[in-house]
Design a protein around this ligand. Structure first.
Ligand code: FAD
Length: 375
Protein backbone atom coordinates (compact mmCIF):
# COMPACT_ATOMS: atom_id res chain seq x y z
CA UNK A 1 0.00 0.00 0.00
CA UNK A 2 1.07 3.61 -0.46
CA UNK A 3 1.98 4.88 3.02
CA UNK A 4 3.13 8.34 1.94
CA UNK A 5 -0.07 9.87 3.33
CA UNK A 6 0.22 8.16 6.70
CA UNK A 7 1.03 10.15 9.84
CA UNK A 8 2.90 7.77 12.11
CA UNK A 9 3.97 8.33 15.71
CA UNK A 10 6.71 6.19 17.20
CA UNK A 11 6.81 6.25 21.00
CA UNK A 12 10.37 5.71 22.24
CA UNK A 13 13.72 6.40 20.58
CA UNK A 14 15.46 3.20 21.64
CA UNK A 15 16.75 0.64 19.15
CA UNK A 16 13.23 -0.45 18.13
CA UNK A 17 11.85 3.06 17.75
CA UNK A 18 14.84 4.50 15.91
CA UNK A 19 15.03 1.53 13.52
CA UNK A 20 11.28 1.67 12.85
CA UNK A 21 11.42 5.42 12.23
CA UNK A 22 14.14 4.90 9.62
CA UNK A 23 12.36 2.01 7.89
CA UNK A 24 8.96 3.76 7.81
CA UNK A 25 10.29 7.14 6.72
CA UNK A 26 12.24 5.39 3.93
CA UNK A 27 8.84 4.29 2.60
CA UNK A 28 7.71 7.91 2.56
CA UNK A 29 5.53 7.98 5.70
CA UNK A 30 5.39 11.14 7.77
CA UNK A 31 7.06 9.91 10.98
CA UNK A 32 7.48 11.62 14.36
CA UNK A 33 9.37 9.95 17.22
CA UNK A 34 8.48 10.92 20.79
CA UNK A 35 11.13 10.19 23.43
CA UNK A 36 10.74 10.85 27.14
CA UNK A 37 14.44 11.50 27.76
CA UNK A 38 15.89 14.95 27.17
CA UNK A 39 19.00 13.45 25.59
CA UNK A 40 19.72 10.17 23.79
CA UNK A 41 22.12 7.96 25.72
CA UNK A 42 22.78 4.32 26.59
CA UNK A 43 24.64 2.47 29.31
CA UNK A 44 28.29 1.48 28.85
CA UNK A 45 28.15 -2.06 27.51
CA UNK A 46 28.53 -3.93 24.26
CA UNK A 47 25.97 -5.66 22.15
CA UNK A 48 26.13 -8.19 19.30
CA UNK A 49 24.31 -7.38 16.05
CA UNK A 50 23.42 -10.62 14.29
CA UNK A 51 23.68 -11.21 10.51
CA UNK A 52 19.89 -10.78 10.13
CA UNK A 53 20.09 -7.38 11.83
CA UNK A 54 23.04 -6.35 9.62
CA UNK A 55 20.93 -7.40 6.62
CA UNK A 56 18.18 -5.03 7.81
CA UNK A 57 20.64 -2.17 8.19
CA UNK A 58 21.85 -2.74 4.62
CA UNK A 59 18.29 -2.78 3.35
CA UNK A 60 17.19 0.34 5.29
CA UNK A 61 20.22 2.56 4.79
CA UNK A 62 21.80 2.49 8.27
CA UNK A 63 24.63 0.04 7.53
CA UNK A 64 27.36 2.60 6.90
CA UNK A 65 26.75 4.38 10.22
CA UNK A 66 26.79 1.03 12.06
CA UNK A 67 29.84 -0.43 10.29
CA UNK A 68 32.03 2.55 11.13
CA UNK A 69 31.57 2.05 14.89
CA UNK A 70 31.54 -1.74 15.19
CA UNK A 71 33.83 -4.70 14.58
CA UNK A 72 33.19 -8.13 13.09
CA UNK A 73 33.05 -11.39 15.02
CA UNK A 74 33.30 -14.85 13.49
CA UNK A 75 32.33 -17.10 16.36
CA UNK A 76 31.22 -17.52 19.93
CA UNK A 77 32.76 -19.79 22.53
CA UNK A 78 31.38 -21.42 25.66
CA UNK A 79 33.94 -22.15 28.36
CA UNK A 80 34.05 -23.49 31.89
CA UNK A 81 34.66 -21.08 34.76
CA UNK A 82 38.34 -22.07 34.69
CA UNK A 83 38.54 -21.21 30.98
CA UNK A 84 38.42 -24.64 29.33
CA UNK A 85 36.58 -24.46 26.05
CA UNK A 86 33.39 -26.53 25.89
CA UNK A 87 32.21 -25.39 22.46
CA UNK A 88 33.03 -22.98 19.64
CA UNK A 89 30.58 -22.20 16.87
CA UNK A 90 30.31 -19.84 13.96
CA UNK A 91 27.50 -17.31 14.34
CA UNK A 92 24.33 -18.78 12.83
CA UNK A 93 22.78 -17.15 9.71
CA UNK A 94 26.17 -16.03 8.39
CA UNK A 95 25.82 -17.93 5.12
CA UNK A 96 22.13 -17.02 4.70
CA UNK A 97 22.74 -13.27 4.87
CA UNK A 98 26.34 -12.96 3.67
CA UNK A 99 27.03 -10.93 6.82
CA UNK A 100 28.68 -11.71 10.09
CA UNK A 101 27.81 -10.62 13.62
CA UNK A 102 29.25 -7.24 14.59
CA UNK A 103 29.96 -5.95 18.08
CA UNK A 104 29.12 -2.39 19.00
CA UNK A 105 29.01 -0.18 22.09
CA UNK A 106 25.39 0.45 23.09
CA UNK A 107 25.93 4.21 23.05
CA UNK A 108 27.50 4.13 19.58
CA UNK A 109 24.64 1.93 18.38
CA UNK A 110 21.83 4.28 19.36
CA UNK A 111 23.84 7.29 18.11
CA UNK A 112 24.29 5.57 14.72
CA UNK A 113 20.58 4.69 14.45
CA UNK A 114 19.48 8.22 15.34
CA UNK A 115 22.13 9.87 13.13
CA UNK A 116 20.47 8.55 9.95
CA UNK A 117 17.04 9.99 10.85
CA UNK A 118 15.97 13.25 9.20
CA UNK A 119 16.64 16.30 11.39
CA UNK A 120 13.72 17.18 13.68
CA UNK A 121 12.08 13.75 13.47
CA UNK A 122 12.86 12.92 17.12
CA UNK A 123 11.05 15.03 19.72
CA UNK A 124 12.89 14.74 23.03
CA UNK A 125 11.28 15.53 26.40
CA UNK A 126 7.96 13.97 25.36
CA UNK A 127 6.88 11.45 27.98
CA UNK A 128 3.72 9.65 26.92
CA UNK A 129 1.14 9.59 29.70
CA UNK A 130 -1.96 8.41 27.90
CA UNK A 131 -2.85 6.76 24.61
CA UNK A 132 -6.42 6.72 23.33
CA UNK A 133 -7.21 4.25 20.57
CA UNK A 134 -9.93 5.68 18.34
CA UNK A 135 -10.14 2.83 15.86
CA UNK A 136 -9.10 4.67 12.71
CA UNK A 137 -6.31 6.49 14.58
CA UNK A 138 -4.96 7.12 18.06
CA UNK A 139 -4.29 10.19 20.19
CA UNK A 140 -1.21 10.60 22.35
CA UNK A 141 -1.14 12.78 25.46
CA UNK A 142 2.24 13.81 26.84
CA UNK A 143 3.36 14.89 30.31
CA UNK A 144 4.40 18.29 28.89
CA UNK A 145 0.75 19.04 28.07
CA UNK A 146 0.98 18.39 24.32
CA UNK A 147 -1.27 15.94 22.51
CA UNK A 148 -1.63 14.84 18.90
CA UNK A 149 -3.56 12.33 16.78
CA UNK A 150 -1.99 9.91 14.30
CA UNK A 151 -3.11 7.32 11.74
CA UNK A 152 -0.73 4.78 13.28
CA UNK A 153 1.04 4.66 16.65
CA UNK A 154 4.06 2.39 17.10
CA UNK A 155 4.64 1.60 20.77
CA UNK A 156 8.42 1.18 21.08
CA UNK A 157 8.55 2.32 24.68
CA UNK A 158 10.46 -0.59 26.16
CA UNK A 159 9.84 -3.15 28.88
CA UNK A 160 7.75 -0.78 31.05
CA UNK A 161 5.64 0.26 28.02
CA UNK A 162 2.74 2.61 28.74
CA UNK A 163 1.23 1.73 25.35
CA UNK A 164 1.19 -1.97 26.27
CA UNK A 165 -0.14 -1.34 29.75
CA UNK A 166 -2.98 0.96 28.63
CA UNK A 167 -4.12 -0.96 25.55
CA UNK A 168 -2.89 -4.56 25.48
CA UNK A 169 -1.87 -6.07 28.83
CA UNK A 170 -1.82 -4.97 32.45
CA UNK A 171 0.78 -7.60 33.41
CA UNK A 172 3.88 -6.23 35.08
CA UNK A 173 7.45 -7.14 34.10
CA UNK A 174 8.61 -10.41 35.67
CA UNK A 175 11.81 -10.64 37.71
CA UNK A 176 14.17 -13.31 36.34
CA UNK A 177 15.92 -13.90 39.66
CA UNK A 178 19.26 -12.57 38.40
CA UNK A 179 21.45 -9.50 38.17
CA UNK A 180 23.64 -8.23 35.34
CA UNK A 181 26.76 -6.19 36.17
CA UNK A 182 28.22 -4.59 33.07
CA UNK A 183 31.20 -2.38 32.29
CA UNK A 184 33.44 -1.54 29.34
CA UNK A 185 37.12 -2.08 30.15
CA UNK A 186 40.39 -1.70 28.24
CA UNK A 187 41.39 -4.78 26.22
CA UNK A 188 44.87 -4.35 27.72
CA UNK A 189 43.36 -5.16 31.11
CA UNK A 190 42.12 -8.62 30.10
CA UNK A 191 45.42 -10.50 30.58
CA UNK A 192 45.44 -11.74 27.00
CA UNK A 193 41.97 -13.28 27.23
CA UNK A 194 40.69 -11.17 24.32
CA UNK A 195 42.99 -11.71 21.37
CA UNK A 196 40.36 -12.05 18.64
CA UNK A 197 36.76 -11.08 17.86
CA UNK A 198 35.10 -14.12 19.45
CA UNK A 199 32.43 -13.69 22.10
CA UNK A 200 33.29 -15.82 25.12
CA UNK A 201 30.88 -16.99 27.78
CA UNK A 202 32.35 -18.58 30.92
CA UNK A 203 29.93 -20.69 32.93
CA UNK A 204 30.25 -21.13 36.68
CA UNK A 205 27.66 -22.25 39.23
CA UNK A 206 25.01 -19.53 39.31
CA UNK A 207 27.19 -17.05 37.38
CA UNK A 208 28.05 -16.48 33.73
CA UNK A 209 30.73 -14.07 32.52
CA UNK A 210 30.59 -12.68 28.97
CA UNK A 211 33.63 -11.10 27.29
CA UNK A 212 32.46 -9.23 24.19
CA UNK A 213 35.33 -7.62 22.27
CA UNK A 214 34.97 -4.06 20.99
CA UNK A 215 38.18 -4.31 18.95
CA UNK A 216 37.65 -1.01 17.11
CA UNK A 217 37.70 0.79 20.49
CA UNK A 218 40.52 -1.28 22.04
CA UNK A 219 37.96 -2.30 24.67
CA UNK A 220 35.96 -5.23 25.93
CA UNK A 221 32.45 -5.35 27.29
CA UNK A 222 32.63 -7.29 30.56
CA UNK A 223 29.30 -8.69 31.74
CA UNK A 224 28.72 -10.76 34.86
CA UNK A 225 25.25 -12.29 35.10
CA UNK A 226 24.49 -13.96 38.43
CA UNK A 227 21.46 -15.42 40.16
CA UNK A 228 20.33 -13.09 42.91
CA UNK A 229 17.02 -12.77 44.82
CA UNK A 230 17.17 -8.96 45.09
CA UNK A 231 14.55 -7.66 42.63
CA UNK A 232 15.35 -3.92 42.98
CA UNK A 233 15.36 -2.55 39.43
CA UNK A 234 18.79 -0.93 39.89
CA UNK A 235 20.33 -2.90 42.75
CA UNK A 236 23.06 -1.34 44.83
CA UNK A 237 25.97 -3.77 44.98
CA UNK A 238 29.51 -3.50 46.32
CA UNK A 239 32.63 -4.79 44.61
CA UNK A 240 32.92 -7.42 47.37
CA UNK A 241 29.46 -8.73 46.49
CA UNK A 242 30.35 -8.88 42.80
CA UNK A 243 33.65 -10.62 43.62
CA UNK A 244 31.68 -13.30 45.51
CA UNK A 245 29.78 -14.14 42.30
CA UNK A 246 33.05 -14.90 40.44
CA UNK A 247 34.68 -17.06 43.12
CA UNK A 248 36.24 -20.13 41.49
CA UNK A 249 36.55 -18.49 38.05
CA UNK A 250 39.87 -18.26 36.20
CA UNK A 251 42.11 -15.94 38.24
CA UNK A 252 42.36 -13.50 35.30
CA UNK A 253 38.57 -13.05 35.32
CA UNK A 254 38.65 -12.57 39.08
CA UNK A 255 41.41 -9.97 38.66
CA UNK A 256 39.39 -8.13 35.98
CA UNK A 257 36.52 -8.01 38.46
CA UNK A 258 38.84 -6.76 41.20
CA UNK A 259 40.07 -4.01 38.88
CA UNK A 260 36.58 -2.76 37.98
CA UNK A 261 35.96 0.93 38.49
CA UNK A 262 32.64 0.73 40.34
CA UNK A 263 31.65 4.19 39.04
CA UNK A 264 31.44 2.68 35.55
CA UNK A 265 29.60 -0.51 36.48
CA UNK A 266 25.94 -0.70 35.46
CA UNK A 267 24.01 -3.01 37.79
CA UNK A 268 20.51 -4.14 36.76
CA UNK A 269 18.08 -6.74 37.96
CA UNK A 270 16.99 -8.75 34.92
CA UNK A 271 13.30 -8.64 34.01
CA UNK A 272 11.29 -9.91 31.09
CA UNK A 273 7.57 -10.03 30.36
CA UNK A 274 5.15 -12.88 29.78
CA UNK A 275 4.10 -13.17 26.11
CA UNK A 276 1.45 -10.56 25.27
CA UNK A 277 -1.49 -12.29 23.50
CA UNK A 278 -2.18 -9.47 21.00
CA UNK A 279 0.29 -6.78 19.93
CA UNK A 280 -1.99 -4.55 17.87
CA UNK A 281 -5.36 -2.93 17.29
CA UNK A 282 -6.33 -1.31 13.99
CA UNK A 283 -4.14 1.75 14.60
CA UNK A 284 -1.64 0.90 17.37
CA UNK A 285 1.12 -1.71 17.41
CA UNK A 286 3.83 -2.79 19.85
CA UNK A 287 7.40 -3.56 18.80
CA UNK A 288 10.70 -4.34 20.58
CA UNK A 289 10.79 -4.83 24.36
CA UNK A 290 7.32 -3.27 24.63
CA UNK A 291 5.99 -6.32 22.78
CA UNK A 292 8.32 -9.07 23.97
CA UNK A 293 11.05 -8.11 26.48
CA UNK A 294 13.16 -11.20 27.08
CA UNK A 295 16.10 -12.23 29.25
CA UNK A 296 19.45 -11.51 27.65
CA UNK A 297 20.94 -15.05 27.68
CA UNK A 298 20.47 -15.47 23.92
CA UNK A 299 21.50 -11.88 23.11
CA UNK A 300 18.34 -11.48 21.03
CA UNK A 301 16.44 -8.54 22.56
CA UNK A 302 17.93 -5.72 20.50
CA UNK A 303 18.19 -7.94 17.43
CA UNK A 304 14.49 -8.78 17.72
CA UNK A 305 13.72 -5.06 17.97
CA UNK A 306 15.60 -4.44 14.70
CA UNK A 307 13.84 -7.32 12.94
CA UNK A 308 10.46 -6.05 14.19
CA UNK A 309 11.14 -2.64 12.66
CA UNK A 310 11.98 -4.17 9.28
CA UNK A 311 9.04 -6.59 9.37
CA UNK A 312 6.60 -3.79 10.21
CA UNK A 313 7.78 -1.75 7.21
CA UNK A 314 7.59 -4.82 4.95
CA UNK A 315 4.05 -5.57 6.16
CA UNK A 316 2.87 -2.00 5.54
CA UNK A 317 4.38 -2.08 2.07
CA UNK A 318 2.63 -5.38 1.22
CA UNK A 319 -0.82 -4.87 2.78
CA UNK A 320 -3.85 -2.98 1.47
CA UNK A 321 -4.73 -1.40 4.85
CA UNK A 322 -3.00 -0.53 8.12
CA UNK A 323 -5.10 -3.07 10.03
CA UNK A 324 -4.13 -5.83 7.61
CA UNK A 325 -0.46 -4.84 7.85
CA UNK A 326 -0.47 -4.95 11.65
CA UNK A 327 -2.08 -8.40 11.68
CA UNK A 328 0.46 -9.59 9.11
CA UNK A 329 3.33 -8.15 11.14
CA UNK A 330 2.21 -9.96 14.30
CA UNK A 331 1.71 -13.23 12.41
CA UNK A 332 5.32 -13.14 11.21
CA UNK A 333 7.12 -11.92 14.30
CA UNK A 334 5.19 -13.18 17.34
CA UNK A 335 5.84 -16.93 16.95
CA UNK A 336 9.57 -16.17 16.72
CA UNK A 337 9.73 -13.91 19.77
CA UNK A 338 7.36 -16.11 21.84
CA UNK A 339 9.90 -18.89 21.39
CA UNK A 340 12.88 -16.65 22.20
CA UNK A 341 11.10 -15.45 25.36
CA UNK A 342 10.56 -19.08 26.37
CA UNK A 343 14.12 -20.22 25.66
CA UNK A 344 15.72 -17.24 27.35
CA UNK A 345 13.96 -18.06 30.62
CA UNK A 346 15.91 -21.33 30.77
CA UNK A 347 19.38 -19.95 31.41
CA UNK A 348 20.14 -21.96 34.54
CA UNK A 349 20.20 -25.58 35.69
CA UNK A 350 17.91 -26.92 38.42
CA UNK A 351 20.90 -27.16 40.78
CA UNK A 352 21.92 -23.54 40.26
CA UNK A 353 18.36 -22.36 40.81
CA UNK A 354 18.07 -24.52 43.91
CA UNK A 355 21.13 -22.85 45.46
CA UNK A 356 19.45 -19.44 45.41
CA UNK A 357 15.74 -20.27 45.20
CA UNK A 358 15.27 -23.61 47.00
CA UNK A 359 12.48 -25.76 45.55
CA UNK A 360 11.93 -23.75 42.35
CA UNK A 361 12.54 -24.62 38.70
CA UNK A 362 14.04 -22.67 35.79
CA UNK A 363 11.36 -20.47 34.27
CA UNK A 364 9.47 -20.26 37.57
CA UNK A 365 11.84 -18.06 39.50
CA UNK A 366 10.38 -14.82 38.27
CA UNK A 367 6.82 -16.02 38.50
CA UNK A 368 7.14 -16.76 42.17
CA UNK A 369 9.46 -13.96 43.23
CA UNK A 370 8.01 -11.26 40.98
CA UNK A 371 7.59 -7.88 42.51
CA UNK A 372 6.32 -4.66 41.15
CA UNK A 373 8.95 -2.81 43.17
CA UNK A 374 10.63 -0.47 40.75
CA UNK A 375 9.02 -2.15 37.79
C1 FAD B 1 21.72 -6.85 30.91
C2 FAD B 1 21.20 -6.82 29.51
C3 FAD B 1 22.00 -7.28 28.46
C4 FAD B 1 21.50 -7.31 27.15
N1 FAD B 1 22.28 -7.80 26.15
C5 FAD B 1 21.78 -7.90 24.90
C6 FAD B 1 22.56 -8.41 23.81
O1 FAD B 1 23.72 -8.79 23.97
N2 FAD B 1 21.98 -8.49 22.59
C7 FAD B 1 20.69 -8.07 22.37
O2 FAD B 1 20.20 -8.18 21.23
N3 FAD B 1 19.94 -7.56 23.36
C8 FAD B 1 20.45 -7.45 24.61
N4 FAD B 1 19.69 -6.93 25.62
C9 FAD B 1 18.32 -6.51 25.34
C10 FAD B 1 18.24 -5.14 24.70
O3 FAD B 1 18.96 -4.18 25.45
C11 FAD B 1 16.79 -4.72 24.59
O4 FAD B 1 16.04 -5.78 24.03
C12 FAD B 1 16.65 -3.48 23.71
O5 FAD B 1 17.26 -2.38 24.34
C13 FAD B 1 15.18 -3.19 23.44
O6 FAD B 1 15.07 -2.02 22.66
P1 FAD B 1 13.72 -1.19 22.67
O7 FAD B 1 13.97 -0.03 21.76
O8 FAD B 1 12.58 -2.07 22.41
O9 FAD B 1 13.55 -0.70 24.17
P2 FAD B 1 14.44 0.35 24.98
O10 FAD B 1 15.86 0.23 24.60
O11 FAD B 1 14.08 0.16 26.40
O12 FAD B 1 13.92 1.77 24.47
C14 FAD B 1 12.66 2.28 24.86
C15 FAD B 1 12.69 3.79 24.70
O13 FAD B 1 11.39 4.30 24.97
C16 FAD B 1 11.53 5.42 25.82
N5 FAD B 1 10.28 5.51 26.61
C17 FAD B 1 9.86 4.67 27.58
N6 FAD B 1 8.69 5.08 28.08
C18 FAD B 1 8.35 6.20 27.40
C19 FAD B 1 7.24 7.08 27.48
N7 FAD B 1 6.24 6.89 28.37
N8 FAD B 1 7.20 8.14 26.64
C20 FAD B 1 8.19 8.36 25.73
N9 FAD B 1 9.29 7.56 25.64
C21 FAD B 1 9.35 6.48 26.46
C22 FAD B 1 12.74 5.10 26.68
O14 FAD B 1 13.29 6.27 27.27
C23 FAD B 1 13.66 4.47 25.66
O15 FAD B 1 14.43 5.41 24.97
C24 FAD B 1 20.19 -6.86 26.90
C25 FAD B 1 19.40 -6.34 27.94
C26 FAD B 1 19.91 -6.34 29.23
C27 FAD B 1 19.04 -5.77 30.37
Amino acid sequence: MDITNLNIAVVGAGYAGAAAAKALSNLGANVTVFEQATEIREVGAGIGLRPSSMHQFNKRGSAEAIMSVSSPSDAFEILTADAHRIAQEEWPEKAAYGETTRFIHRGDFIDALVSVLPAGMVKLGHRLEKVVDEGAGATLHFANGESATFDLVVGADGIKSIVREQLFSDQRPVFAGEHAYRAVIDAAGTFGMVADGNLRMYIGRGTKIYLLPLLHRGQVSFDITALNPDSSWAPVVTKEEILKTVEGFDERLVEMTRNLDMDTVNARAVYDIDPVPVWHSGAVVLIGDAAHAMCHHQGQGANSAILDAGALADALERATSVAEALAGFQAIRKPVTDELQRISRNGWTDEEIDDVFPGQKPGQVGATTATTAGA
